[in-house]
Design a protein around this ligand. Structure first.
Ligand code: PAP
Length: 339
């Protein structure tokens, strides 16, 4: 059973879920008896259909599955937390609005609005409202984001021609980024003390991380990208770091808006890459001191830490690195994926 603090607080997400009349009683019963672990911001994370979500995201995911209507022209940025969501949001926004907002413009929206605000997270929005408004991006289509694993995406995603772009990242850098972020969020929102790294690492290795297990989340999108390459594009954080312009051309091609010769000659690809780089975005006032209110009122600076490949070396012992690599290698065996 869920704990009293999850159920009895009238504003808790689990309480709201149980109150929502449109869910069958059977589903409500199965939800409250889900396996659970201690949560980061809420008392618990729940294991729903093999993936770990806290009560806020579980509530949002269930509403999203029930109510979200994908449109043929939707683009959905699909990521496991800390794998490059903010970066990919910025790249996709700049790329898809480049005619309306040339990147050379001093009034480009990314200069004054955080990527998190420009592209909204679906399950987070649904946790707040039954019918959230996902604005068109000015070109008559929507760009959305989700942390949901492929297996938990709403059915309408598969019934429509919408496109999914996924980015993933080396598991060791991801766990480090996750630990820093979650502890900062705990401190900023709730004044809670930090959870030590070894404890977080251990849970990560058991698969008990938000929207994890890491490997199942990543493999879901990887396999679909191989089987359905017109629907799912799979990117790697490290490859975007290495050759941002090459990856930008891949994204543009996948979305059916390749760069023209004129754009190539005019340096548009490099312009987008520079505008969306860690150095550029993290130094903007909006991302240093601003807050994103449609999500938690948390500082935008939480989404910009180091932006480096290999920072795990400052946190993991050799034994830890070997342990996580062995787990992931074993799970990825025979899939053709390596990170
Ligand atoms: P989210 O999934 O919670 O939205 P996400 O953006 O994936 O977060 O993770 C933030 C990570 O991306 C941070 O990594 P770090 O902790 O290892 O530093 C952040 O620094 C990095 N990041 C944010 N923006 C960029 C960018 N423009 N280029 C490269 N890395 C970035």
């Amino acid at each position: 059973m869920a704990s009293p603090s999850d159920l009895n607080t009238s504003n808790s997400f689990m309480h709201q879920f149980l109150q929502e009349s449109s869910y069958p009683e059977e589903l409500k019963q199965s939800i409250i008896s889900l396996p659970r672990e201690e949560g980061w911001l809420y008392p618990h994370m729940y294991n729903y259909k093999g993936f770990w979500l806290d009560s806020e995201f579980l509530h949002g995911a269930l509403r999203c599955q029930k109510h979200f209507q994908a449109q043929h022209s939707d683009i959905i940025v699909c990521t496991l937390p800390k794998c490059g969501t903010t970066w990919l949001k910025a790249l996709v926004f700049a790329l898809t609005t480049r005619k309306q907002f040339p990147v050379s413009q001093q009034t480009h929206p990314l200069l004054t609005t955080s990527p998190q605000e420009l592209i909204r997270n679906m399950e987070f929005s649904y946790s707040r409202e039954i019918s959230p408004d996902f604005p068109m991006n000015g070109n008559g289509f929507r760009v959305l984001s989700t942390h949901l694993p492929l297996e938990l995406l709403p059915k309408s995603v598969w019934e429509s021609k919408c496109k999914l772009i996924c980015v993933c990242r080396n598991q060791k850098d991801t766990v480090v980024s996750y630990w820093h972020f979650m502890n900062k969020l705990r401190a900023e929102l709730l004044g809670l003390e930090a959870i030590p790294f070894p404890e977080t690492f251990d849970r990560y290795c058991r698969g008990a991380s938000m929207f994890g297990p890491f490997w199942d989340h990543v493999l879901g999108y990887w396999k679909e990208s191989l089987e359905n390459p017109g629907k799912v594009l799979f990117l790697k954080y490290e490859e975007i770091k290495e050759e941002p312009e090459v990856e930008l051309r891949r994204i543009a091609g996948f979305l059916g808006c390749p760069f023209s010769e004129e754009e190539e000659e005019g340096g548009v690809v490099g312009g987008i890459s520079r505008l969306c780089s860690f150095e550029s975005l993290s130094n903007l006032e909006v991302n240093k001191t601003g807050k994103t209110y449609h999500e938690r009122p948390a500082g935008n600076n939480l989404f910009f830490r180091k932006g480096k490949v290999g920072d795990w070396r400052n946190h993991l012992t050799d034994e830890m690195a070997t342990r996580l690599d062995q787990i992931v290698d074993e799970k990825f065996k025979g899939t053709g994926l390596n990170l």
